[in-house]
Design a protein around this ligand. Structure first.
Ligand SMILES: Nc1ncnc2c1ncn2[C@@H]1O[C@H](COP(=O)(O)OP(=O)(O)O)[C@@H](O)[C@H]1O
Ligand SMILES: [Mg+2]
Length: 272
């Protein structure tokens, strides 16, 4: 049985994900970029299955292809070969317009780099995915306010992003990612730009939101502690995806490349 606490409220889930319930299927995936300097194959023949409700950490050295894989999983980029199936839908079969609609309906994204629209308030930023899909402003406002309350930021709803701290901005990004009730949460180094304490709070929030919204999540991270708290740890290394048998250990225990050179806290900057 899984549980999490959110705002003091304890949430219990009696149903474990069924082993056959694969909601992410990656089959023989290849991505080759074609810059003017010549083709770059990041990976090929990559396979991955993620079950409903799983929380997967994706680790690997810088340049290993973590963001590339996350973009393909989220339908932000097209594969060179192979397939990505999300909840049974082969993303390659969707037109650009239908792919954008699929993303809007089913995928919540969180990026390391500040991604709020600076000229809009926190509330307007969170409303945006709903307005894009044609939800009425009144309904979008109500939903966005509920999500801001969940991340503890309702009292900042009228602030522009520049008037929020880094941690608060990331909370708004989380509220925006979940405003559409997605099936999937994809996060690329969601704590990478935050100090240690703030990063810890964001990790706790990610974990409780994952449970509360019954998400299937893939988190790219450099933090060993964050990765160890996930259900599975997958390491991308030289175009291969290696599964760690023990999530509390890095995938290649003898050559833990994904945190080589980083301090134990995963490289967070200390508080000034
Ligand atoms: N748009 C692009 N054009 C050409 N090469 C790219 C592009 N995006 C990423 N790459 C290359 O693909 C590799 C993987 O990059 P990336 O997925 O960003 O790695 P990571 O997120 O693990 O640091 C790198 O060698 C990078 O230089
Ligand atoms: Mg990256």
């Amino acid at each position: 049985m899984g549980y999490a606490t959110l705002g003091g409220e304890e949430l219990h889930f009696l149903v474990e994900p069924s082993p056959s319930d694969a909601v992410i299927r990656v089959e023989s995936l290849e991505k080759t970029y074609q810059p003017s300097s010549g083709p770059v194959t990041v990976f090929r023949h990559l396979h991955l299955t993620v079950r409903r409700g799983e929380r997967v950490a994706l680790v690997g050295a810088s340049g290993a292809g973590k963001s590339t894989l996350l973009h393909l999983l989220g339908g932000l980029d097209r594969a060179t070969a192979g397939r990505v199936l999300l909840d049974g839908t082969d993303l390659a079969t969707l037109s650009d317009r239908n792919l954008a609609d699929f993303r809007n309906r089913h995928i919540g994204f969180v990026w390391q780099i500040q991604s709020l629209l600076p000229e809009f308030t926190a509330l307007e930023n969170v409303m945006m995915p709903l307005l894009v899909r044609g939800t009425s402003p009144a309904a979008a406002t109500e939903k966005a306010r509920a999500r801001l309350a969940e991340v503890g930021l309702l009292d900042r709803q009228s602030h522009l992003s520049g008037e929020l701290s880094g941690g608060e901005q990331q909370r708004v990004v989380l509220a925006r990612a979940l405003v559409t009730d997605p099936l999937f949460l994809l996060a690329d180094e969601p704590t990478g730009n935050l100090d240690y304490q703030t990063a810890d709070k964001i990790v706790e929030l990610l974990e409780s939101l994952h449970v509360r919204h019954q998400l299937t999540s893939v988190f790219v991270t450099h933090s060993r502690t964050f990765a160890a708290r996930c259900d599975r740890v997958l390491e991308l290394e030289q175009g291969r995806l290696i599964e760690s048998p023990d999530p509390s250990q890095p995938a290649s225990a003898e050559r833990p490349v994904w945190y080589q050179g980083l301090p134990p806290n995963g490289g967070y900057r200390p508080e000034p």
